[in-house]
Each structure stands twice: as structure tokens, then as C-alpha cells.
Write a protein that binds this ligand. Structure first.
Ligand code: ADP
Ligand code: MG
Length: 390
């Protein structure tokens, strides 16, 4: 891709009203200089009595891919809007590469933005859509074709310049929106659920594409999603939001295996959460059963055991005193293609679920529904977390 001489400011509104003017302070950047660092300091946004965002502090390194993950209404879009300059924080500040941009308008922020609904112009061709920021920024027409073809090549759409938007599939439209967001080679790209309109297969293919693209272009990406698998697949780190607050930011495997509390544990992976009582630093009581944990049991008032369904293994008659054992009655077996989800009711009435591969060698170990089953949980996989506030 050609080295950019004018920095990007594609501040796209959802309605497609792009306001693009060159930013004097940001001329002459190229991707060789890497992505932008982003520092969010105590950002708060209130709408009347609603705290959409509550004192969020978050530092994103240059070239990092960070996802904002949380249920609907947790403040993801508000935080992205504050980064893009579309939403003014009630308090706190935003810094890009050490510069305070809190009060900078969107078109001066040197960012690319991609939204869920693409915000493409349906009456324009692919090439015209991708070139739109160039037109708005008054770049010489002679330079357009090369820039547009480079941006389209980046997203695997070489030669699509003349196509109409209506002739494209959903995935291709999303790629056009990406190409447009990247045409000025921004050092920071913001994306708000860009794949959620696509069907599952295409979404998963695009996740891998975006991952690859991120490695190639070297921009910092901040990506909003409510889909945990999507966040885990693509991100260097994932920030978990709940009720406007940042609960935890960590690498995907850390979130999965070291959740900060029961909210994160319930949101990442497929976990059953059971109330337990602390016995000492290395063990808890689950009803009458004692479970050992290789991790330090937190000294909190209310504790929950988070049991990921893939971590429970069928005991298969072999006694191993180093493992935790749980016995219950199989209440349901759900066939889900490559695996079976098995629901187990323990003696105290609580439920667990485990996953068993659906192939013969594994599924033959299961009793029929109504039968008794003993499963083991390794102390290394025995995760006890403080119970989150409701
Ligand atoms: P998410 O993107 O995680 O679904 P949002 O950031 O859109 O969440 O919203 C967070 C909270 O702020 C929600 O309770 C939402 O209703 C509220 N909110 C967002 N935007 C506005 C607004 N413009 N006016 C009033 N309340 C808003
Ligand atoms: Mg949202």
C-alpha cells in the first residue's frame, strides 16, 4: 500500500455524512510508524440519571487489537463514540499518542470508523464509495485510482471498482466499508459490531480475515462486540464491560482461566456457576463435597465455583485421588453436531453441564438420561471467584 501523505480522518456517521478535512498536525504519517496508543482516563458519560459509562480507565498499546465486550447496554457504543469524538464525555479525558483529543472533533482525530450497517452509499459504485474520503479531503483526482485499488486489494476486492453496491454480498459490502475506512491508512480504526449483520459462517471467515488484516496494516484497532467468541478469536486483549464499568481487561486465555469475578466467568466460555463456601486457601465446600483448588481461593464473602463444561471429564471407573469428583444424575443430553451437551444434577439439586465429543469412543461413556454419572475436575481447573454484584 502506498505511503500516506495525508492522515486519515474518516469520521463516518451512521447516516453516511462523512466530514473529512486534512488535519494539519497529522500530515505526513505512514503506517511504518505503527498504530496509535490510546489512553482513556476516568471516562464517564451520564445521560440524566443513567451512567452509560462509569469511570473507565484503559490503556491500549500501539498496534494492539482490543475488543470491548459486554451485554447490550453495558456502554460499549458510548465508549467507542467517545473515542471517535461523536460523544462528549461528562468527565475524564482521551489521549491518542499522548495528545489530549478529548475536545477534538471527529474529523481531526486521524481515525477510520466501520459500523455494523456499513454506511455505504447505495447509488455509488464500489470505487466511488472507497474514494469518498479522498473527494471530501480534496485529494488530487489523479491519485485516486491507485489509492482505491490499493485499498481494495487490502480487503481482497481487487478489480471491483465498477461494481454497484447492490450487486455485492453482505460480506463484500463489509469489506468495501473496511477499504473506505483504511484509505487514509489511519493509525487507529474503531469498529462497532461490524460483522453482526452477517451469517455465522461468513462472520467467522471475516473474523480470521480481520485478524490477518490487522497484522498486515499495523493499525491499532478497538472493536466493539457482544459476541465472546468473536472477541476471543481476534483480540490481543478483551475489555469486559458491565453497567458502564470496566470489570476486567486481559488476554483471552487469562479471561477464560482467571476471570475476575462470576460475571466474567459467566460471560466467557461455557461455565456453570455454583455457590461454594471457603474452607481454606486451597479448598471449598460444594454442598457436602470438598473440592481442592490449585489456585489461591479468594477471601471474599460470597464465592462461586466456575466450572467450564469442557473441563469436566467422565471418570470412567478409574479412581484418582488427586482429582475432584462430582456425581449426579444425567437430566438431559443435547446433540449439537461435533459435541454433546450433557446436563447433570448434583445431590443438592444444582446443575452442571459438560461437553462430550459426539464420536463413538467418547459418547459411549455416557449413561442414558436418568442414569448416574461421575465426572472429574482437575484442581488446576477448579476456578473459584468472588460473586459479582447483581
Ligand atoms: P451498548 O453499546 O453496550 O449496548 P450503549 O453504550 O449504547 O451500550 O448504552 C449504554 C447505556 O446508556 C444504556 O443504558 C443506554 O440506554 C444509555 N444510552 C446510550 N446512549 C444514550 C442517549 N443518547 N441518551 C440516553 N441514554 C443513552
Ligand atoms: Mg452498541
Amino acid at each position: 500500500m502506498p505511503v500516506s501523505t495525508v492522515a486519515c480522518a474518516i469520521a463516518g456517521d451512521v447516516d453516511g455524512a462523512h466530514r473529512c478535512t486534512p488535519s494539519a498536525t497529522q500530515r505526513g504519517r505512514s503506517l511504518d510508524q505503527g498504530g496509535e496508543s490510546v489512553d482513556i482516563k476516568a471516562a464517564t458519560k451520564s445521560y440524566g440519571a443513567v451512567r452509560a459509562l462509569d469511570n473507565v480507565t484503559l490503556n491500549v498499546a500501539p498496534r494492539e487489537f482490543v475488543s470491548l465486550l459486554g451485554p447490550s447496554g453495558s456502554g460499549k457504543t458510548t465508549l467507542l463514540g467517545i473515542l471517535g469524538g461523536f460523544v462528549q464525555p461528562s468527565s475524564g479525558s482521551i489521549h491518542f499518542g499522548g495528545r489530549d483529543v478529548t475536545f477534538l472533533p471527529p474529523h481531526k482525530r486521524d481515525i477510520g470508523v466501520v459500523f455494523q450497517n456499513y454506511a455505504l452509499f447505495p447509488h455509488m459504485s464500489v470505487g466511488e464509495n472507497v474514494a469518498f474520503p479522498l473527494r471530501a479531503r480534496r485529494i488530487a483526482k489523479a491519485d485516486w485510482a491507485a489509492r482505491v485499488s490499493a485499498a481494495l486489494a487490502m480487503v481482497g476486492l481487487s478489480g471491483y471498482e465498477a461494481r454497484g453496491i447492490a450487486q455485492l454480498s453482505g460480506g463484500q459490502r463489509q469489506r468495501v466499508a473496511l477499504a473506505r475506512a483504511m484509505i487514509f491508512e489511519p493509525r487507529l480504526i474503531l469498529m462497532d459490531e461490524p460483522l453482526s449483520a452477517l451469517d455465522k459462517q461468513l462472520r467467522e471467515a471475516m473474523q480470521i480475515e480481520l485478524r490477518e488484516l490487522h497484522k498486515r496494516i499495523g493499525a491499532t484497532i478497538i472493536y466493539v462486540t457482544h459476541d465472546q467468541r468473536e472477541a476471543l478469536t481476534m483480540s490481543d486483549r478483551v475489555a469486559i464491560l458491565k453497567d458502564g464499568r470496566l470489570v476486567q481487561i486481559d488476554r483471552p486465555e487469562r479471561l477464560h482461566d482467571h476471570p475476575a469475578d462470576s460475571f466474567v466467568a459467566s460471560f466467557i466460555g461455557e461455565a456453570s456457576l455454583l455457590p461454594v463456601r471457603r474452607i481454606d486457601a486451597g479448598s471449598v465446600a460444594l454442598g457436602p463435597a470438598v473440592l481442592k483448588s490449585a489456585r489461591e481461593i479468594p477471601d471474599a464473602e460470597a464465592l462461586m465455583l466456575a466450572v467450564h463444561s469442557e473441563k469436566l471429564l467422565i471418570a470412567n471407573g478409574v479412581a484418582d485421588a488427586t482429582l475432584n469428583c462430582l456425581t449426579g444424575k444425567v437430566t438431559d443430553i443435547v446433540y449439537q453436531g461435533e459435541s454433546l451437551r450433557v446436563f447433570l444434577q448434583l445431590a443438592d439439586g444444582t446443575f452442571l453441564s459438560l461437553r462430550q465429543p459426539s464420536h463413538y469412543q467418547a459418547s459411549r461413556l455416557l449413561p442414558p438420561v436418568g442414569g448416574e454419572l461421575t465426572v472429574t475436575l482437575h484442581p488446576e481447573d477448579t476456578i473459584v471467584v468472588p460473586k459479582a454484584r447483581e
